[in-house]
Design a protein around this ligand. Structure first.
Ligand SMILES: [Zn+2]
Length: 263
């Protein structure tokens, strides 16, 4: 088994990836490389939606197991929003850090609320297996499926994103959007994780949404992003692009700090 890179980490999927009628309940993630950062940054710079960029990243860095090739774009798009979120957190954890120290301005007094986030918080188990769910709400019967990365991507380019999402996942267009949203949150409970916070200065209670891909994007933006990092290191040391992209992220950051005079 020594051919398997040790840096892969197995991640349990609460909902599971459905492909051709079969469910995969765990996937393997590897740290995000310089090449991956370049693909994401290039996609966003050329007008791809955040949803598409997230699907691209998962398609490259996640595999069915450590022995297999990366999932690829199509399988990544089939993941539910909740499983996607779990994978983004795992990718952040293996690439940057499993814990985050963060701050948020208090909406009442403006002081910074500081909090620590442990990305290994256990996911919630969905109440029933998929991929088709029968809803029986207020004498209306309908079938729905949970929203996926592909739905998000299509909605991002739709005239009315919310209507596009609703239309994508339910057989009954008459069901109210509030009811559908409630059912989707129940069936895919990890799609939105809310963290309760209390301001130490004034006691105000507030909430913050955990968004794994946004965390990754912020981490990728250090030193101006991967293109600036390559430019900086190529200019300072004469290294080739391919060699710079192959340097692990933490070391690349240190060289960038030194090259730009930060010691
Ligand atoms: Zn406050």
């Amino acid at each position: 088994m020594e051919s398997i890179p040790a840096y892969f980490r197995s991640v349990s999927l609460p909902y599971g990836l459905w492909q051709a009628g079969r469910r995969s309940s765990s996937l393997a993630v590897r740290p995000i490389s310089g090449h991956d950062e370049m693909v994401v940054e290039e996609a966003l710079a050329t007008g791809a939606s955040v949803a598409r960029a997230g699907n691209l990243l998962i398609g490259r860095c996640v595999a069915l197991s450590a022995e297999e090739e990366a999932l690829g774009f199509d399988a990544a798009r089939a993941l539910t929003l909740g499983d996607r979120e779990i994978l983004f957190r795992a990718l952040y954890a293996v690439t940057v850090s499993p814990k985050i120290a963060a701050g948020l301005p208090c909406p009442a007094c403006g002081e910074t609320i500081e909090f620590d986030l442990d990305l290994s918080i256990p996911p919630e188990a969905p109440p029933e297996p998929g991929p088709v769910h029968h809803l029986d709400v207020a004498v209306r019967q309908a079938t729905c499926r949970v929203l996926t990365g592909a739905d998000l991507e299509q909605a991002a380019s739709a005239h009315d994103p919310m209507a596009a999402l609703q239309h994508a996942c339910i057989s009954d267009d008459e069901l109210s959007s509030d009811t559908l949203a409630r059912e989707l949150a129940r069936l895919d409970p990890n799609a939105e994780t809310v963290i309760d916070l209390t301001c130490a200065a004034c006691g105000h209670d507030t909430q913050v949404y955990l968004d794994g891909f946004e965390l990754i994007r912020r981490a990728m933006a250090v030193h101006g992003g991967i293109f600036k990092q390559v430019h900086c290191l190529a200019s300072a040391y004469g290294w080739r692009e391919a060699d710079i992209l192959a340097i692990p992220r933490a070391r690349r950051r240190r060289y960038c700090a030194m090259a730009s005079g930060g010691g």
